[in-house]
Design a protein around this ligand. Structure first.
Ligand code: BYC
Ligand code: FE
Ligand code: FE
Length: 476
């Protein structure tokens, strides 16, 4: 386990490109935070497996050769590092009221509270996801998948380090308190819940895990893209490096669901429509899980109309994903035409663009999700099936924003409460659906073997075959 006793070797223990060994104040701060992080990891990280060797990718530097270093490590020995993408010389603020001015290397006093809130919100999601996935290792469908889970988990741990670093380094005493708070809240705990809705939802089977990494990690991608635009340069550089890891998380989700779809399609072809009878997951259940995790993830973008988002944009703290692709970076006179639910009806309304920034980012996200669903449907088509998966309307099952106050079906049609109550079990996983999927969750921890309900992956990790022993389990 890394200890900070030997400060001369700090850069070895916490790989970093922020000159940690030259910064005594930051060193001391992280010195007291790190044991609490490890305590949190032992208590709330993956249940079991902490003594097992896992074939993990560790970031050891920001060069392309340095962040894809593969080796067997025990998870508590993973070298959680602090990496920022190298600074862009003479970078200027790319949007908002301060467009064109030099980026900030320190926190601007007038925006301190808002900036801290953004960083705390981002940071809170990282340990939350690890907590949600805590028990999944015990039912992994293969060693390949077990490794994927742990790779995602250690990297979310590193994302937590990234935000804790910003809090410790740039926010003084209250930053230190917020960094402790990140280790104290608990996903799903009513007394000290995580900050955002989806991060308190249970994620207790592997279909949920794949939907989570497909849809919820993809919110991560879009939020990180938006924060990468920040005029606060350390935040921008931190998020740009995190995005390199996020791509992997989303691929775990997309290919994971694809493999479940593939197996279900095979069973339908060979054994008929009753997939459950054949020990697979039927497309209806897959669609319900998709509906749930997509709608929970849509909520993570915030309200359709948001003065918070307008302020973040005006201040240059948070832009749009890929801000440079938009023609107008001030967005003062522009409007955004959106659909809302008002006075008991769907209405179209022109909203000042700055107030619509959450919706603009959500638009990009929905398009990206659709591309993934299209790829799943291609598998169904290739197997000669006419069934298709669909993204529900963004009005469906919302708990945040303009549509939270009413009920809508997956096509987006308004419903009475009675209609909703009658049909909700057709659209969202029921207790019985969850129990069925849970009944399939038996661990397959033998090299080369895989659970029946999921197709094997197309290829292994790095240069290893699919059948490789990616996790070396100690005899128990
Ligand atoms: N749940 O103005 P509004 C990731 C609150 S995922 C609960 O509409 P705003 C990851 C809001 O706080 C990426 N509360 O929205 C993925 C506000 O409260 P106050 C995480 C919510 O402020 C997988 C009120 O409602 N990163 O990295 O623009 C695994 C009105 O809010 C929610 C970020 O989120 C919600 N869903 O918030 C691991 C980036 N939505 O002011 C990791 C940082 C809104 O009334 N966060 N509220 O007390 C932000 O940029 C913004 O806070 C939000 C939208 C995008 C969340
Ligand atoms: Fe993350
Ligand atoms: Fe992630």
């Amino acid at each position: 386990m890394p200890k900070l006793d030997d400060l001369d070797h700090l850069d070895d223990k916490i790989p970093n490109n922020v000159n940690l060994s030259q910064d005594p104040r930051l060193k001391r701060a992280l010195e007291s935070w790190q044991p609490n992080f490890l305590k949190w990891w032992q208590e709330m990280g993956p249940a079991g497996f902490q003594e097992d060797d896992v074939y993990l990718r560790t970031a050891v530097s920001v060069e392309p050769s340095g962040w894809a270093h593969f080796d067997f490590v025990k998870m508590p020995d993973y070298r959680w590092g602090i990496f920022l993408t190298p600074a862009v010389e003479n970078r200027t603020i790319g949007f908002g009221d301060s467009l064109g001015q030099p980026v900030w290397q320190q926190v601007p006093g007038e925006f301190r509270t808002q900036l801290r809130r953004l960083i705390v919100t981002q940071g809170d999601t990282e340990p939350a996801s690890v907590e949600q996935q805590r028990k999944l290792g015990q039912t992994a469908p293969s060693l390949f998948d077990l490794r994927s889970l742990f790779q995602v988990n250690v990297e979310e741990g590193r994302h937590l380090w990234a935000m804790a670093y910003l809090l410790h380094s740039y926010f003084g005493r209250d930053g230190r308190e917020e960094a402790e708070g990140l280790l104290e809240r608990r996903s799903g705990n009513p007394d000290k819940p995580r900050l955002l809705t989806a991060f308190n939802a249970p994620c207790e089977d592997w279909l949920s895990f794949f939907m989570f990494t497909m849809f919820t990690d993809r919110d991560g991608k879009y939020q990180l893209l938006a924060l990468s635009e920040s005029g606060f340069d350390p935040l921008s550089r931190t998020c740009r490096f995190m995005l390199t890891e996020e791509a992997y998380h989303m691929s775990v989700g997309e290919t994971g669901v694809a493999r479940v779809v593939e197996r279900s399609a095979e069973l339908m072809r060979s054994g008929g429509d009753d997939v459950r009878k054949q020990g697979g997951i039927d497309l209806t259940t897959i669609q319900k899980y998709l509906n749930l995790w997509f709608s929970l993830s849509l909520d993570l973008f915030g309200g359709e109309i948001s003065t918070n988002a307008a302020q973040y944009f005006a201040a240059g703290l948070k832009g749009r994903a890929k801000e440079s692709t938009y023609p107008d970076h001030v967005a003062l006179d522009a409007v955004y035409d959106m659909e809302l639910w008002e006075g008991g009806a769907l209405v179209r309304e022109e909203v000042s663009l700055r107030n619509a920034m959450n919706e603009v980012v959500r638009d990009e996200y929905v398009e990206d999700c659709q591309r993934g669903v299209d790829r799943w449907n291609k598998i169904l088509a290739e197997k000669g099936l006419s069934e298709r998966l669909t993204l529900p309307s963004r009005r469906f099952h919302r708990q945040i924003g303009a549509f939270a106050a009413h009920r809508f079906d997956p096509a987006g049609t308004p419903l009475t409460e009675a209609d909703w109550t009658r049909s909700a079990s057709d659209w969202l996983p029921t207790a019985e659906d969850l129990a069925y999927v849970q009944s399939l969750m038996v661990p397959v921890h033998v090299p080369g073997k895989i659970a029946h309900w999921i197709a094997p992956p197309r290829s292994g990790v790095k240069d290893k075959p699919v059948e490789y022993g990616y996790v070396r389990l100690r005899l128990r």
